[in-house]
Design a protein around this ligand. Structure first.
Ligand SMILES: [Mg+2]
Length: 100
């Protein structure tokens, strides 16, 4: 995903936005994602609301997150693995495990 985003951005002279500009874009896309979720689950539901636009908004968040990571030289997979390792240790016994 990050390579694909980089190849896309790299074809333009402007390149990546500055980190805080990308953060603003991520925030904007999170808001759009929240709007879609609110339309389905929130108190002011749309009559014909469905989840059809949610996948696109999640994709928009991922695109912008990839831009941020690329511009900072970070590997999202490594970022995730580092984060997940924390959950695996810290939250190991936090939740009720399913009987298997
Ligand atoms: Mg969007």
């Amino acid at each position: 995903m990050q390579d694909r985003v980089h190849n896309w951005i790299n074809q333009f002279d402007e390149g990546y936005f500055q980190p805080l500009e990308i953060l603003a874009a991520i925030t904007e896309e999170l808001g759009e994602m929240a709007k879609e979720l609110n339309a389905v689950y929130g108190p002011k539901r749309k009559k014909a609301a469905d989840m059809s636009s949610l996948d696109q908004e999640i994709g928009d968040v991922l695109f912008n997150l990839s831009c941020l990571a690329n511009s900072l030289g970070l590997d999202l997979k490594e970022c995730f693995n580092k984060s997940f390792a924390k959950f695996e240790v810290r939250d190991k016994d936090r939740w009720t495990k399913k009987e298997l």
